[in-house]
Design a protein around this ligand. Structure first.
Ligand code: PMP
Length: 321
């Protein structure tokens, strides 16, 4: 009889092997994404809401998109304030305090090892019946997803964005006020479809009177003779947190900034146009409806503001600890 081809590992080697596997699993698990739902962490694959949740059935709920930079959650209180204002506008009572909500966002970032990333904060109306009445929904669902986002490829940031005016007008304030950041984003989704079908990077939305409101997920600014102008919220713009921050930083840098009615003429003839948003950050617009904006390249003031903004964002925010 020859010697056995394979020797069985010794019990000690087996123990070491299983300990290593356990450790690897633990490490993997530690970095596997966890979603915070109603204050409890759930593995991403298991994170779900009921098919009877009115957030799904009717787009009945509110949300925020928040960025983290350099180990801090940027403009956290402002986002949470806006979330509660949106909720109030749709008569949705969020069952936890704003302080708790801020703490949950930080906790979700910490647990998922996020230092630079993007948080989607969602509050749905909760489980109800198949009827419309929100009064049947007793428990709003609070969901915090700490992840990352990239809206446009780097090349679009470098060369500047191609914008097209879409036919879908921004929601009427008397119907669904665009200031409400609700889960019902069909108005914006339809506009985005039109823009992409037209071969553009992004769509410009007008209000029902034909004045510029905003892009499908960003606010819009025009610069002429060194002065910045952006549409007021009553023209159909969301009160963007990036927008407000850019207005403050631009004023601090000595630029004149105003909120005023903007027409497409103002954008066509501007020296520079740019968009602002939490996810998109600041992005230059170099073409609108086949008209070149300025010299067709990202403008000097836009580039300067972008730098100022990213420096400011990397140094300010609620620490993730
Ligand atoms: N307008 C719309 C329709 C948006 O969805 C967003 C993104 N939240 C913005 C503007 C930009 O707002 P913010 O700077 O607060 O992200």
């Amino acid at each position: 009889m020859g010697a056995a081809l394979f020797e069985l590992p010794s019990p000690r080697a087996l123990r070491t092997l299983s300990a290593t596997i356990l450790q690897l699993n633990w490490r993997q698990d530690r970095y596997r994404m966890k979603i915070l739902i109603n204050g409890k962490f759930v593995a991403k694959e298991k994170a779900s809401v009921s098919v009877y949740d009115h957030g799904l059935l009717y787009g009945d709920g509110v949300f925020e998109g928040i960025r983290a930079y350099n180990g801090r959650v940027f403009k956290l209180e402002e986002h949470v304030d806006r979330l509660y204002d949106s909720a109030k506008a749709i008569a949705l009572r969020i069952p936890i305090s704003q302080k708790q909500m801020c703490a949950d966002v930080v906790r979700a970032c910490k647990t998922n090892g996020i230092k630079n990333g993007y948080v989607r904060l969602v509050v749905t109306r909760g489980v109800g019946t198949l009827g419309l009445s929100p009064f049947k929904c007793k428990s709003p669902q609070i969901i915090v997803i700490a992840d990352s986002i990239r809206l446009f490829p780097q090349s679009v940031y470098d060369r500047g964005l191609n914008l097209v005016t879409v036919g879908t007008s921004r929601n009427l304030p008397e119907a669904i006020n665009p200031r409400v950041k609700s889960l019902n984003y069909l108005n914006n989704v339809l506009a985005k479809i039109e823009a992409l079908n037209a071969g553009a990077d992004e769509g410009l939305m007008l209000n029902s009177q034909g004045y510029v409101a905003e892009a499908t997920g960003e606010n819009v600014f025009a610069i002429r003779n060194g002065a910045l102008v952006t549409p007021p919220t009553w023209c159909g713009a969301l009160e963007g947190i990036t927008r407000n921050c850019v207005m403050d930083l631009a004023r601090e840098s000595g630029y004149t900034v105003s909120e005023d009615v903007v027409t497409r003429y103002d954008l066509y003839t501007a020296d520079e146009v740019f968009l602002t948003g939490t996810a998109a950050e600041i992005i230059a617009v170099v073409e609108l409806d086949a008209r070149k904006i300025g010299n067709g390249k990202p403008g000097r003031i836009t580039r300067k503001l972008k730098k100022t903004y990213s420096e400011y964002a990397s140094e300010n925010g609620a620490p993730i600890q």
